[in-house]
Every structure is written in C-alpha cells, then in structure tokens.
Design a binder for this molecule. Structure first.
Ligand code: ZN
Length: 695
C-alpha cells in the first residue's frame, strides 16, 4: 500500500479549514486518505482522533481531543463529525476499575465541548488514554488476514518485525481502552499497536507520521501474506461467461424471499440482490474450498451487518441452484443454529435480551453467485462491500494457512452490545420499505411522479419505459439512488417483459407492487381510424398490461406474501369521448382485465385496483407524451387551441381543479400501502365528473 500523503493537498486542507484548529484540518486530511482506501476501512469502520487545546467562554485554555463521531465515515468526514471532548477529564477516568457501556457513553456525552455534537466513537477512551497527538485506527484487510489465523498473534508480530505490540482480543469498551494504553506505555518506542482479530492502531505527534506508520504496517503485512502464500486462487476465465439462466436465478430468488419471510419471526419482506461479479467470484468460482467462507467475520463490528456466518447452499443439482426443498432444509438449520447460539449466550451471560432476527445476510451458491439480503438497499450495499472484502481476506487466509474467526461468545457479545446496536439506528421503517415496485411508462409525466412517490415512501423501484431520451432523463434524476433501476423495455414484447421482471427480482428480490401505467392515445373518428393505429393502441394499452400482469402472477405466487397491482385506467372508462374510440375501448378493456385479476388473485393475497384520472398534462419538466400527441386533435375536436385545453379540463370538473401527476401518485400510494382492505375498486382522480362516477 502506498502513502497518498501530498504536501499540496495537505496545504489545501489547511486553507479549506482555516476557520478551524490547524490540527483538525490535518486530521480531516489523513482521515480522508484512510477512508479512501476500502481495504483499510469500510462504511463507518475505523476511527481517528487528534489532541489539541481549546478555549472556553471564560478565556481559559484546556486540552481537548477531537474524535470521530458515530454516523460519520472517514472518507467524507467534516469538522462537525469530530466532536471535541475535555481531555483532562477523560484521562482521569483511567483510575476507575470498570464501567458499563451506558455509563461510559454518558461520561463522554457530558464532557463534550458542544452539547449538540454526535456521540463520539465507542473507542474514544482508547484514543484519549494514548499519549500521542494523532491516533489512527483501521480494520485493515492485510492485518486481519494475518491475525485471523490459527497462529495469528505470532504471524502478525513476525510480519511487523516485533515493532508493533499485539494485544490479545478484548471486546471494545472501557477495559480494552485501559489495556491498550498500558501496552502502549510498556512499549514507548512503538509506532502503534495491533488488536488481535480486530485491527490496527498507529500514533505520532504529526498527522503525516501517524498515517504513514499505518501504511507502513499494512504494507509489511501485505508483503508477509504474499511471502506466506502456498497457493493462490484465481478466477478462471470461464467464470465470466458461466451466467446461469435468468429464469432459474429469479425463480430461486423468489423462493429465497418466501423462505426468509416464513422464517422471520416478524414475517417481514426482505430485499435480496443477486451478484456474480469479480469481487464475489473468489468465493463462488475458484478452487478455494467453500468451507473457507463458511466462517465468522473479519472484525467484530461486521457482525451487526453480516451476521456471524453466511449461508452456504450446496446442491447436487447440475445448475448449482438448490431445489426449494434443499433451501428449506438449509435455511431451517441456519435459523435453528442461530436460536441455539442465542439461547446459549443468554444463559452464559445471564442477560435479558430479545433475539434479533435469525436470518442470514449473505447466501453463497458455489459456482453460481451470491445473494445479499437486507431491509433496505443501503443495507444490502454495505453487506455487499463488507462481504467482498471478507471473501478476499478469507481466500488469502486459506492460501497461507487456516482462517480463524473470533469465538462465537465474543461475537455474540458484540452483536448484542447496546452500543453496536445503536449504530444501526432504530428509526421507524417507511411505509413501503422492504417492498419492490415496478412501474411501466415510468418516464412519462404520471409515471415519473409515481416513481418519485414510491421512492420517497421507501420502496425500491424499477422504472420501465421505451429506450430513449425520456428514460435517460429519469435515470439521471435518480442516478444516486440505489433503490431505483431504469429498464428499457417495449411492453408489447413478451420476452422483454419477462426480462424486465427478472431484473426487478434479481436486483431487489421480488415484486410487491406492479403499476401498469404505460399508455398511448389516438384521436380520430371511428370512420377513419386506420386499423394499424387501432391495433397499436390496443397492443400497448391492453396487451402490454396483460403481458406484465400474466408474467407477475408466478412471482406473486412464489413469494407468498401477497401484493398490489394498480392499473392506471382512465376517466374515459365510464365517460368515453367521441373521436377517441381506440383509447376509450382499450382503457375499458384494461379496467375489465383488472376486475377479473382481482377475482383470480384474491386467493394469493394480491389486490388489484384501478385509478381513473382525468387530463394530466405535465409533471415538472416532463410533458405528458400522450397529450403532446393527441392535444392538437383533441383541441380541434373541442374547437379550441392546445393552450386552452388545461383550462377546459379544469372547468369541466365539479371541484374546478387541475389534476396533477402527484394527485395520481397519491392515489397509487394509497393502494400500494394497502391502507384499506380493497380490491377490484375504481378510484377517480378527476376533480369530480358526474358522467364518470364509477358505476
Ligand atoms: Zn475498531
């Protein structure tokens, strides 16, 4: 690993943060350098600090420590992420024999310089008890590759030529802080410490030196791993082309989702993402024995993200994809194993605890790929990143000896540590969290408003539309949101429809909410409609709905957790317009299709409802494609200009309102959230048009 320290860049940090303590400016700089290196820290892992002085309101100067606050990541941390604390007071705490985590957090919070700061890292006292000015802590992959071995303490000590003393595993908290500080004092010349099966601390008077001591130790560890390697596991070239059929994979994902819900004591839905990429193939496509990955986490704080172990699914099926019965047996074993682990540790510790969900977060199918599981796509992203690093470390571990994780007892203490649980946050889930939705016609005015509303309500959304500028714009709008996926698809092509559905299943685990919204219109008198135009309207407005609805039924059945189908029909269904036969007839057919679907799907808990909206012309920048196309003809039919149309539509309803795309989206949310036990219903969003009252 190379040092990324650069004097120019350091200077730019001094200038950027000139309003703050200079020590803090450099602290931010080297924290960013560490944070940018995923093989050092991932997602909130690791922490850094600097000791300095501050002045209180009375003008008195006193020593302080700035430590990474919880909720911040090292690669993006800012001054607000470094709560300052009264260092003199914290150091006095060393004379206390022991204190509970709750007391420790209270001591930290009551000695902050700023009462509204985030809670400082749980490793704050360790930083405070060390003498050096700058302290850097990471969970470096290379260090863990050596410590997490049968002879890990010797291996790491040798790799670092005895320069860095090694502390045997102690759970993070007050006792670890005291023991680490004692060890550091016994080795005053040491540039840092290794915490067995946990990570690396380095320290120095200068930011650059502390950081470079970190890089030095990691480099030494990397070289030792290379030298100790007896073999290496490379990904064979055929791995890249060995993709299993999408149908088999999505059938398995749906089955997995059903089984997870069934084994979740709260019977919730889970999101699942399939991955078969270079970073996962070391575990699924090399000759590294799969047992190497069937083991505990690299560093204790990963357990709250990944659970103790992945679920490895072995099968004799030539496809490598287990049968539903095999999945059930293995998952049941996993869940029962978790319950035993919980019971054993409750007895051991005598604590009164509530069991967390017993489900795996990582499912490995050798030769096929990996399924990541979570309550949100953000959780899945974190699990994926941590797991892919874990795979690499474990493969390296297997190539030099035998990987050895922390004991289950230690891991349990960490998993059920109140401070660790606090990191996960306990905010209430959003109404549509854990749900996967698919919207057709997603790039249009109404579609894009529906996509926004579903995302805001916590759903994962696949937005389907024809390829082109509008779909590109929708993709751009949500490009930073991992809960959104744009899929180009012609709804009239069955093959394209099943591919879009498979993408939804493999990206998010299934399908809970299907919104059929793609539609076109054509305005011409009955006498003059060319048959091709008639057919085209039916192909999109009716057959497109039929293809998606039919393709979705097996998915709804396989998941076994019900669902919602929401059909954007039209005010036209009850109140057709002249010179509008193709549109009106196709929409009426859709409404009838929806009612039959409500009859047939109620048994599997799927509700089907219709929304009848009237004239929506735009959504923000997005014009309605339908109105752009038929506006001139509709205006002509009514003897007015295109510009006069919105006002005409406003005046014709009882409430004299202009119907917006958000209005339609609100109705969609009402059905998607399943607010009332309703199916087969029609919900008008038209401002009140007596001729279109449902009947
Ligand atoms: Zn740590």
């Amino acid at each position: 690993m190379k040092s990324r320290w650069n004097n120019h860049e350091a200077q730019s940090y001094r200038e950027k943060y000139a309003a703050f303590d200079e020590d803090l400016a450099l602290r931010i700089y080297t924290s960013h350098l560490i944070g940018r290196e995923p093989s050092l820290v991932l997602h909130g892992g690791g922490n850094t600090s600097v000791k300095s002085t501050a002045r209180n309101i009375l003008g008195e100067e006193f020593p302080v420590i700035y430590v990474k606050g919880s909720g911040w990541n090292l690669d993006t941390i800012e001054p607000a992420g470094f709560p300052g604390l009264d260092l003199r007071y914290l150091r006095k705490l060393r004379i206390v024999d022991n204190m509970s985590d709750e007391v420790m957090v209270n001591e930290l919070r009551t000695h902050l310089l700023n009462a509204s700061s985030p809670t400082p890292s749980v490793e704050t006292l360790l930083h405070a008890f060390l003498n050096a000015k700058f302290v850097d802590h990471s969970h470096a992959d290379a260090i863990l590759t050596l410590t997490n071995q049968l002879q890990g303490m010797e291996l790491i000590a040798d790799a670092l030529s005895g320069l860095y003393p090694v502390l045997d595993y102690v759970m993070p908290g007050f006792l670890l802080s005291k023991q680490a500080a004692e060890l550091a004092e016994q080795h005053p010349e040491a540039p840092g410490l290794v915490l067995h099966k946990h990570g690396l601390f380095t320290y120095a008077e200068m930011a650059q030196e502390s950081y470079e001591r970190h890089i030095y130790a990691v480099t030494q560890a990397e070289q030792a791993v290379q030298a100790l390697k007896k073999r290496s596991f490379t990904i064979p070239s055929h791995a890249h082309t060995s993709e299993k059929s999408g149908d088999l994979l999505s059938a398995f994902a749906l089955e997995l989702r059903r089984a997870l819900t069934a084994h979740d004591p709260a019977h919730r839905n889970w999101l699942i993402r399939y991955e078969n990429s270079e970073r996962t193939q070391v575990a699924t496509h090399t000759d590294c024995p799969v047992d190497a990955f069937d083991s505990g986490p690299l560093t204790p704080d990963h357990i709250i993200r990944t659970k103790e172990k992945p679920l490895v699914l072995r099968t004799d099926e030539p496809s490598g994809i287990p049968t539903p019965a095999e999945l059930e047996v293995s998952l049941k074993q996993y869940v029962e194993g978790y319950a035993q682990y919980f019971e054993h540790n409750v007895t051991r510790t005598g604590r009164i605890l509530t069991m967390l969900d017993p489900l795996p977060r990582v499912v490995i199918l050798p030769g096929v790929g990996v399924f990541f599981i979570g309550a949100t796509v953000q959780d899945i992203g974190i699990v994926g990143d941590i797991t892919s690093h874990t795979f690499r470390v474990k493969a390296n571990g297997a190539s030099i000896g035998k990987y050895e994780a922390l004991t289950q007892d230690h891991l349990f203490d960490m998993e059920y540590w109140s401070l660790e649980q606090a990191k996960l946050g306990k905010q209430a889930e959003k109404a549509l969290q854990r749900k996967a939705a698919l919207v057709t016609g997603a790039a249009g005015a109404i579609g894009s408003a529906i996509v926004e509303a579903l995302l805001a309500d916590g759903a994962c959304v696949v937005g389907v539309d024809l390829p082109g500028e509008q779909l590109g714009r929708l993709e751009m709008t949500h490009r930073r949101n991992p809960a959104f996926l744009a899929v180009a698809c012609d709804v009239t092509k069955r093959e394209a429809v099943s591919q879009a559905l498979a993408k939804c299943v493999l990206s998010f685990g299934g399908l809970d909410i299907l919104i059929l919204n793609a539609g076109i219109a054509y305005s011409k008198s009955l006498e003059h409609i060319p048959f091709e135009q008639w057919q085209r309207v039916f192909d999109i407005n009716l057959n497109g709905y039929f293809h998606f609805l039919q393709a979705a039924i097996p998915a709804f059945k396989a998941q076994g957790s019900g669902g919602s189908v929401i059909i954007n029909s039209s005010k036209n269904v009850f109140d057709p317009g002249k010179e509008f036969a193709a549109y009106s007839a196709s929409k009426a057919a859709c409404a009838q299709l929806g009612k039959v679907a409500a009859l047939e799907l109620a048994d599997i808990g799927v509700r089907v409802n219709m929304i009848n909206a009237d004239g929506v012309f735009t959504h923000g920048e997005v014009p309605s494609g339908l109105w752009r196309e038929i506006g001139p003809d509709r205006a002509k039919a009514r003897g007015m200009t295109v510009e006069e149309l919105p006002e005409f539509y406003r005046q014709r309803n009882l409430l004299k309102v202009l119907i917006t795309a958000q209005d339609v989206a609100k109705a969609v949310l009402f059905f998607a959230r399943q607010e009332t036990p309703t199916t087969g219903a029609t919900f008008p969003v038209d401002g009140g048009i007596p001729g279109a009252f449902p009947r």
